[in-house]
Design a protein around this ligand. Structure first.
Ligand code: AMP
Ligand code: ZN
Length: 436
């Protein structure tokens, strides 16, 4: 295996050394945080008046958690730690209604983020010989531009094509012999379904790898994308509050995602008790920025559920890994008292070869009870077959889902192209219960 490092020293740093480095940087982060009106009050109330009140890394526990609502309440600049003249970039969160959450960056912040991206694209085996077509939306959302500068720094030829316009994506992939794409998993599947219609075939392309992230997806969805395109797909996790993409990325071994722990202090908590999750438990990821000036964030609750994999990795990197995101504490559905993660349903659908790539989970009221409907697309040939085959497939999907989540859903099968397609993040759940 062709294991490459962008910054070998820091990527393979001994854990003891890493902890020293983290402590130094946490102190610096507290220094910057105390400059913001928001944290000055918060930290003073918690008995922290200077960086020297942090003596060991576990002192981080004295600091209260920060939430998305805190960020909103600090809008527009109560979390800004440097004079405005030092700020070179602003990003705001995607897709939220009401007050956005804003993150400012100094040039030093940008350089450090760029380095993390360069490390990440090198980690998946890419470099100067790669042509990188970045299909994530460029703009306030960090998915597009967030990857851009780090990929350039690592020497890739970057095509900043942004999202959408599938026909043009294909043309560029073919004409410039794109080897790496960055796209949401749902957009990858959408592209595959359009290939023939747009007059292309896989042999027109030179695609080798994809970086996929921004939305939850299962291991089976990854495998489906890999086998459809004949490529390797690497999971990439991030959130705009922690800069954006490349907080954690899979290495060539594709076995959980390395968190860049020199830049993000990682904690995992039980979202109900807020205590540290025990080893082997699923919990909510909590991150502290360790190398950011303009908007330092302390113990930020991501709402993303994952597990820490503390085992050493064969790639030699010492930064711990987190498992695929299992869902968010706030996207969990409770259907007639049963907790259901949409990702559980997706996993089943993606495992079934007869089923297509697009689906929608609908939850609505039927009398006093909740009703779950799973709508999914299947290949056109199934519709020309005997109606008994359709019924049998419906029944099979229903039984498989029932076995996993102990709820028996209604299953609707549709022809390709019937369900809504999203070029950005896919909306897979329609919860209509609130309207009744
Ligand atoms: P945003 O701040 O708009 O970039 O959204 C960040 C959120 O997208 C995260 O908190 C996650 O819930 C989700 N997300 C990003 N990357 C992934 C990924 N690789 N797998 C699952 N969810 C992801
Ligand atoms: Zn590794």
């Amino acid at each position: 295996m062709d294991i490459r490092y962008w910054n070998r020293e820091i990527e393979t740093i001994e854990r003891k050394e890493l902890e020293k480095y983290q402590l130094e940087n946490l102190k610096e982060t507290v220094f910057w945080a105390l400059k913001t009106p928001f944290y000055k009050e918060r930290l003073n109330t918690a008995g922290i008046f200077s960086p020297d009140d942090i003596k060991k890394i576990s002192d981080i526990k004295k600091i209260p958690y920060t939430t998305k609502d805190d960020l909103r309440s600090a809008y527009p600049d109560n979390l800004l730690a440097v004079p405005k003249e030092e700020v070179v970039r602003l990003h705001a969160s995607s897709g939220t209604t009401g007050t956005p959450t804003v993150i400012y960056h100094t040039q030093r912040d940008m350089d450090r983020w760029t380095e993390l991206v360069a490390r990440s694209v090198t980690m998946i085996g890419c470099g100067k010989s790669d042509v990188f077509q970045n299909m994530m939306t460029y703009g306030l959302f960090t998915g597009g531009i967030g990857l851009h500068y780090g990929a350039e720094k690592a020497g890739l030829m970057v095509i900043p094509i942004s999202s959408g316009n599938t026909k043009r994506q294909f043309k560029f992939m073919k004409d410039f012999r794109t080897t790496l794409v960055h796209a949401t998993p749902s957009y990858m599947l959408h592209m595959y379904s359009k290939l023939e219609e747009e007059g292309y075939s896989l042999s027109d392309f030179s695609l080798k790898k994809s970086l996929g992230g921004a939305e939850p997806h299962s291991e089976d969805m990854r495998k489906k994308i890999e086998s459809l395109f004949g490529i390797d797909m690497y999971n990439n996790y991030g959130l705009s509050e922690m800069n954006g993409p490349c907080v954690a990325t899979e290495c060539l071994f594709k076995d959980d995602m390395h968190v860049w722990e020199d830049s993000y202090y990682l904690e995992l908590i039980n979202p109900d008790t807020l205590d540290e999750a025990k080893e082997g438990e699923t919990g909510e990821l909590v991150f502290t920025t360790l190398r950011r000036q303009a908007t330092p964030l302390l113990r930020y609750r991501t709402r993303d559920l994952s597990m820490i994999n503390p085992k050493p990795c064969a790639c030699g990197r010492t930064h711990r890994r987190i498992t695929r995101i299992k869902g968010r504490t706030d996207d969990m559905l409770i259907i007639n008292g049963v907790n259901v993660f949409p990702s559980q349903i997706e996993e089943i659908i993606m495992k079934m070869p007869e089923v297509g790539t697009n689906y929608l989970i609908v939850v609505e009221k039927s009398g006093a009870l909740d009703k779950l409907t799973v709508k999914t697309e299947v290949g056109p040939s199934i519709f020309s077959d005997d109606a008994r085959d359709l019924n049998a497939l419906r029944q099979k999907i229903r039984e498989n889902i029932k076995a996993a989540i102990s709820i028996s859903p209604n299953v609707e099968l549709h022809e390709p192209g019937v369900l809504p397609v999203h070029e950005g993040k896919a909306k897979r759940v329609l919860d209509d219960r609130k309207n009744i």
